[in-house]
Design a protein around this ligand. Structure first.
Ligand SMILES: [Zn+2]
Length: 300
């Protein structure tokens, strides 16, 4: 997939968080699907848009096909769920993806082929803000810090582990909101400060009082904790198969790397650390290293 050129200041997007209103645009993609029995992953909405997830039926096969997505010079592993009756690839689509033709590579015992699909456009809202000059761009020190953190987090984000994430009986990859509270639907919001484009909001903001417990949205393993320039105190969870979530702006971190957590286990508390204007949780979800809309995993 082609990505838009990203100016250095925008690349802090990995950690940055802020938000966007967007109408769901579930769209059917591609891949001629043979009718197959319900399989894990089939209950996810098919949202082949930037910031969404393309659900690509792969048909039956005796063994799980290996699917990869090309990103620059990397072949990024893609989550494949199902069983021999029918496999499904779930492809996270980066917010910066240019809509149009895209493809993954599918390796089976019978051979390797590319599987095309279409990324449909999705208009995220644009938020234009006027702030004092000097508040738009980072200082030299802050830029250096953010760059260092981005390099570290790129490794965190590249985590791919098994077992694959747990699915419900209906085949859904289901998460619970990490805190109760009003959710902004600001994922994907494109922000323009004084006419300068900044990173789009890459997660969901949930308003909650300072100190409210933040709970694991799904079972997983803690793979990183720390204090970051944009995300503040943050906890990163690996759910397996390239599905990762992060909780940011925390006032307290109550987990450490290596911890195995169950859905609902406490990870920390709501705060306003990092670049936050007030207490709230920033919740990000990644699939094959792409920030996707956390709302896709919530059932209600
Ligand atoms: Zn946010």
């Amino acid at each position: 997939m082609k990505h838009l050129p990203t100016p250095p200041t925008r690349r802090s997007a990995l950690l940055a968080a802020l938000g966007a209103l967007a109408l769901p645009a579930w769209s059917a993609t591609t891949a001629a699907a043979k009718p197959t029995p319900p399989a894990p992953g089939n209950a996810l909405p098919n949202a082949a848009v930037p910031g969404g997830i393309a659900r690509l039926p792969l048909g039956p096969d005796a063994t799980r096909p290996v699917v990869t997505l090309r990103d620059g010079s990397d072949d990024v592993p893609v989550l494949v769920l199902g069983d021999e009756r029918g496999w499904t690839a779930l492809v996270g689509i980066a917010l910066a993806t240019v809509p149009g033709p895209a493809q993954v590579t599918v390796q089976r015992a019978a051979g390797t082929q590319s599987l095309p699909f279409t990324v449909r456009p999705k208009q995220y809202l644009v938020q234009k803000l006027k702030v004092a000059p000097g508040q738009v761009n980072l200082s030299k020190d802050d830029t250096a810090r953010a760059d260092k953190e981005r390099a570290h987090l790129a490794k965190v984000i590249a985590t791919y582990s098994e077992p694959l994430p747990h699915t419900t009986a209906a085949g859904a990859l289901q998460m619970r909101a990490p805190v109760a509270g009003p959710r902004s639907s600001s994922f994907g919001l494109r922000r323009v400060f004084n006419g300068e484009v900044r990173s789009p909001h890459s997660g969901m903001d949930i308003a909650a009082a300072l100190g409210t417990p933040v709970l694991a949205p799904m079972q997983g393993r803690v793979i990183d904790t720390g204090n970051y320039f944009f995300a503040g105190n943050a906890v990163w969870l690996d759910h397996g198969g390239g599905l990762i979530s992060m909780m940011g702006h925390l006032s307290a971190i109550d987990a450490k790397p290596g911890d195995l957590v169950q859905t609902g286990d406490r990870l920390g508390a709501v705060g306003a650390t990092g670049r936050a204007t007030g207490p709230h949780l920033h919740w990000g979800v990644l699939l094959n290293r792409c920030m996707v809309d956390p709302a896709l995993f919530l059932t209600a």
